[in-house]
Design a protein around this ligand. Structure first.
Ligand SMILES: *Cc1c(COP(=O)(O)O)cnc(C)c1O
Length: 224
């Protein structure tokens, strides 16, 4: 079996400059994260609040923690003191809670709006219409402690390349539309988080700026 460090080097060789590799370390032990950290990885993705908390406490404080899972509003307060970016924001309520908790901590938390682009209806996310409703309301709400930096989506878990490519292209079009309508003069709105182990190369071809790669780096996950 190849080492974590070798896996990362191979993936980095496939990623152009300007695309960030987020190493998805969920379910994996501290030592695995340390191995990645040693060769310079600083961006890690987690999807469970408690697990993230434990890892944050143990590991170096210059890590950028990406929360990539579905987030309940009552859990935001635990990560607000340190989380760098929340990938899966799918409601105005959640944005408001993140803002409130970020304000308490005197921080600015980056957020991505999650879109539903896959065919599976189990995957969370907004439609373009729903996102516009949220963005139309934002200006009156005095939301100053979050920064919406882009969009996030998950393609269908499928080997049909053309299908997944179309979904990624759809997310890119959503990004372009929102940029034009709401964020024309906002340089921070610049990120498209799409692509995982099996489809990150495809996602990059379709405009991804952040790939979230887990099992190709750390091996398959075992859930108990
Ligand atoms: C688990 C997870 C990933 C990483 O998946 P791999 O297939 O292991 O690369 C990426 N994004 C999200 C939202 C995840 O939950």
């Amino acid at each position: 079996m190849k080492s974590i460090q070798q896996n990362i080097k191979e993936i980095q060789a496939d990623i152009p400059k300007g695309v960030l590799l987020v190493a998805v370390s969920k379910t994996k032990p501290i030592e695995d994260i340390q191995a990645a950290y040693e060769i310079g990885v600083r961006d890690f993705g987690e999807n469970k609040v408690q697990e993230l908390q434990q890892k944050f406490e143990t590991l170096p404080k210059d890590i950028n923690w990406h929360f990539i899972g579905h987030l309940q509003t009552n859990k935001v307060k635990y990560m607000a003191p340190y989380v760098s970016i929340i990938h899966a924001v799918d409601s105005l309520k959640l944005l408001q809670v993140i803002n409130k908790e970020a304000h308490k901590n005197n921080r600015l938390i980056k957020c991505l709006l999650q879109f539903h682009i896959a065919e599976e209806d189990t995957k969370f996310g907004l439609s373009l219409e729903q996102a516009k409703e949220i963005l139309d309301k934002l200006p009156e709400l005095q939301i100053n402690n979050i920064q919406i930096v882009g969009v996030m989506g998950m393609g269908t878990n499928s080997v049909q390349e053309e299908k997944v490519r179309k979904e990624f292209n759809n997310l890119k079009l959503i990004f372009d539309e929102l940029k034009k309508t709401y964020f024309q003069n906002t340089s921070e709105f610049s990120q498209i988080s799409m692509g995982m182990s099996q489809d990150f190369k495809l996602a990059i071809e379709e405009g991804s700026t952040m790939v979230r790669v887990g099992s190709t780096i750390f091996g398959n996950r075992q859930y108990v």
